[in-house]
Design a binder for this molecule. Structure first.
Ligand code: C2E
Ligand code: MG
Ligand code: MG
Length: 744
């Protein structure tokens, strides 16, 4: 008797073959090296169904073959497995492999063996999660069915648990993703994707309708399709009634009306309340019946997503805020960058232009006429820009009084920007003239990030601002490399300062009447390691812009004070030292106090110090600056106005500025050589300065004749190469000592 004969089906009372079942079958793998077993099993199970689903048999004749089948069809519910196949333990080896594979963890295994002697150890049975063990003799048809039913039921439960876990994970991630969707439309699109993923159908045949008006309206025309995928995609924005499939239209309509979901066998219509009387309905169709487990998940999904649906307007508003300047109701910097990036995607090498526009002297307008007035000015400026640069141009507010415009190069040229502001603004009965400066960059360098273009435009704007009012500068590669080299220079300057490569040079100031040295100007010097000198005109502006001048100025004052003691001891007992102070330093509210403290600490009398401020600085002098100059003068420090004649200040302004000395710029002093017309200006300045009670210093005197002329015109003192160049301290001391005593 062969093994085959032992498989006798005692229960011959067959159940009638069931109706063809459309449900997914349970896959059963028969792994046995005996052809007879396959045949008998096919005969016994082929037309059966278990738990309402048919059985589909798969066949393998060895462990290796079984593995191939499982790789192709991992969704196998039960393996009827022979222990002895190509080897004595081929079946057990297969089990070992299966159990190490996560995707087959739920597959149930019924071991069948010919002889009881081949039965595996109990330990093996539990280790490999073998579910049943039968000798072939034990397997009558009815017992096989009973065994199989149990195994399938347990497989089904395990699968459901898994699906629940995965479903719940998906729901959590879906709500996270949907929460981040900006706006109703994106939310609806997200809904479609997530529902499709949940049921495991392609995102096709899905419609989402939104009821913005009360959902209980009987007029289906009010509801529109706001997102759709696959075959329904063309329906976006259409009325619900225009959906060809009346069944779907009706399902959505009734979900919106009843404000409830309806999950059927082949479709789910889900409702998500947005407000008390508005909401979304999403229809999902599925060719396969939607399994009960997915139906449960969809319900969980609905209640979970309801909160996202309620928040969708809030999220949209937050997003709007992130891209909107509320004050001027226009796009903000973020929106500009998005727009720049978008345009770079569409036309990376187009002829677009970005202009960053800044209102000139807006801070002054704000200060003098008040913030409310300033706000109105900004509003008017924004309106003009928007009117002049209508879409497809794009106008945004960057910050404060800075705006940005994106446009085509032919329409957005320097002339058109200035043109916007050529006529004054009529505001609260005031004719307010305004000018703007702008930095312009061409958007034709390919796929650059919007932020980079903006940075370039800002750079050009900065240059425009530095060159005066109403200037427009176009960004170029030269400008960029200049900025880079300035950045490098600043870096070098910082290091030079830290490593004491900076020092002071002193240039004597001579009293023209007595020919005595009455003072010296301390001038900053920077010698590079290779001996070259970096001119102050190069590094001082960089130090000012970066703020390094504050530390530099503090250090310099101490250096000068220490030097003063040595210089006075070296034969100039009344020597006064002048130091140059920049606007950045002077503007600091603690400036006067810190100078006074330094004088005290260094035991230097206040009248031994003079501070030089440039005339252009004096023009921008605000009340606090004048105050700190006054404080210094009150303590005995003297103040000189440097480079007079080169700045913009009116002579009348001198009357307001607390000063002791007027240093007339060397460009005027040079003209003193020539009699006549050229010398008229210095002559007038000198006369006026004297009138105001100021001491007059001639700067840059290079010849004796000029010194004589300056003296004749009323200059009190002079400074220049004719007397001495600026010298390091030791050299200056030697110079002082070598100088013949003055003839008083
Ligand atoms: P300044 O304060 O007007 O300094 C006078 C400048 O004229 C110095 O140039 C000096 O070397 C130069 N000079 C003096 N006599 C003659 C002459 O007879 N002929 C000619 N052609 N030039 C003469 P320097 O040292 O290159 O300084 C340039 C500017 O840099 C200074 O102008 C000052 O504004 C600024 N500066 C120098 N040191 C400092 C400092 O420590 N702090 C600040 N804030 N600025 C400084
Ligand atoms: Mg000076
Ligand atoms: Mg000067």
């Amino acid at each position: 008797m062969s093994d085959n004969d032992e498989l006798v089906f005692i229960d011959d009372e067959r159940q009638p073959a069931e109706e063809p079942n459309e449900a997914r079958p349970w896959f059963i793998l028969v792994a046995d090296d005996d052809d007879g077993v396959h045949e008998v099993t096919r005969f016994a199970l082929g037309t059966r169904s278990i738990l309402g689903r048919p059985l589909a048999l798969l066949h393998a004749h060895s462990g290796a073959e079984a593995l191939v089948v499982l790789r192709r069809q991992p969704d196998v519910a039960v393996i009827l497995l022979d222990v002895v196949m190509e080897s004595d333990d081929a079946g057990l080896r297969l089990v070992e492999t299966i159990r190490s594979d996560q995707s087959l963890a739920n597959t149930r295994i019924i071991l069948r063996t010919g002889q009881p002697g081949h039965a595996p150890e109990a330990e093996t049975i539990s280790r490999y999660d073998i579910n049943d063990y039968k000798t072939k003799a034990e397997l009558s048809e009815s017992r096989l069915l009973a065994s199989l039913t149990m195994a399938i039921r347990s497989y089904d439960q395990l699968q459901r648990l898994d699906a629940h876990r995965r479903g719940l994970e998906m729901i959590v991630s879906a709500s996270n993703q949907l929460n981040a969707k900006p706006g109703v439309r994106a939310f609806a699109e997200g809904l479609i994707t997530q529902i499709a993923a949940l049921i495991g159908v392609p995102a096709d045949g899905l419609v989402c309708a939104c009821a913005e008006k009360p959902t209980n309206t009987t007029n289906g025309g009010e509801h529109r399709v706001i997102a759709a995928a696959g075959q329904f995609a063309p329906l976006i924005h259409h009325r619900l009634s225009e959906i060809d499939d009346a069944r779907i239209a009706l399902a959505l309509q009734s979900a919106l009306q009843a404000r409830a979901s309806n999950i059927g066998r082949h479709s789910a219509t889900l409702f998500f309340a947005k407000t008390a009387d508005a909401g979304f309905a999403a229809y999902v169709g599925s060719a396969q019946p939607i399994p009960p487990i997915d139906q449960e998940l969809l319900e969980v999904f609905c209640s979970n997503i309801a909160l996202c649906a309620k928040n969708v307007d809030l999220v949209a508003e937050l997003r709007r805020d992130a891209f909107l300047d509320r004050q001027l109701a226009m796009p903000n910097r973020n929106a500009l960058i998005v727009e720049l990036n978008r345009r770079a995607q569409v036309a990376p090498y187009g002829d677009g232009v970005l202009a960053v526009v800044d209102v000139d002297q807006f801070a002054t307008v704000n200060d003098i006429l008040g913030q409310h007035y300033g706000d109105l000015v900004l509003k008017m400026a924004a309106d003009r820009l928007r009117e002049r640069f209508a879409p497809p141009a794009f106008v945004a507010r960057l910050a404060g009084d800075a705006f940005a415009i994106i446009g085509q190069s032919d329409a957005l040229g320097p002339a058109s920007i200035q043109d916007c502001f050529s006529s004054p603004f009529a505001l609260m009965g005031i004719q307010q003239p305004l000018s703007v400066s702008a930095g312009v960059v061409y958007l034709n360098s390919g796929f650059r990030a919007g932020g980079e273009y903006l940075a370039d435009a800002y750079l050009a704007l900065k240059r425009a601002k530095a060159s005066g009012l109403a200037q427009i500068v176009t960004f170029t590669a030269d400008l960029a490399s200049e900025v880079r080299s300035r950045a490098r220079l600043l870096d070098d300057l910082r290091r030079a300062f830290e490593s004491r490569q900076l020092y002071l040079a002193y240039q004597p100031q001579i009293d023209l009447a007595s020919n005595r040295v009455v003072g010296a100007e301390a001038l900053l010097r920077w010698r590079l390691a290779d001996g070259t000198m970096v001119p102050p005109a190069t590094f001082i502006p960089i130090a000012e812009q970066s703020g390094l001048i504050i530390d530099l100025g503090r250090w310099l004052l101490h250096e000068a004070m220490q030097a003063l003691h040595r210089l006075r001891a070296a034969g100039a007992p009344d020597l006064r030292l002048a130091v140059n102070v920049s606007a950045v330093e002077l503007r600091r509210p603690d400036f006067a106090a810190s100078v006074c403290r330094a004088l005290r600490d260094m035991a230097v009398p206040a009248d031994a110090l003079e501070i030089e401020i440039t005339e252009s600085l004096a023009v921008g002098t605000s009340e606090p600056t004048i105050q700190s100059l006054a404080t210094l003068r009150a303590s005995g420090v003297t103040v000189a106005i440097d480079d007079f004649g080169t700045g913009y200040s009116s002579l009348a302004y001198l009357d307001r500025l607390p000063a002791d000395r007027l240093k007339i710029d060397r460009s005027f002093i040079a003209t003193l050589q020539h009699d006549g017309r050229a010398a008229r200006i210095p002559r007038t300045i000198i006369a006026l300065g004297r009138e105001l009670g100021l001491r007059i210093v001639a700067e840059g005197v290079e010849q004796q004749s000029v010194a004589d002329a300056a003296r004749a015109l009323g200059c009190h003192e002079a400074q220049g190469y004719h007397f001495a160049r600026p010298m390091p301290e030791a050299e200056f001391i030697a110079w002082l000592e070598a100088r013949p005593p003055a003839s008083d």
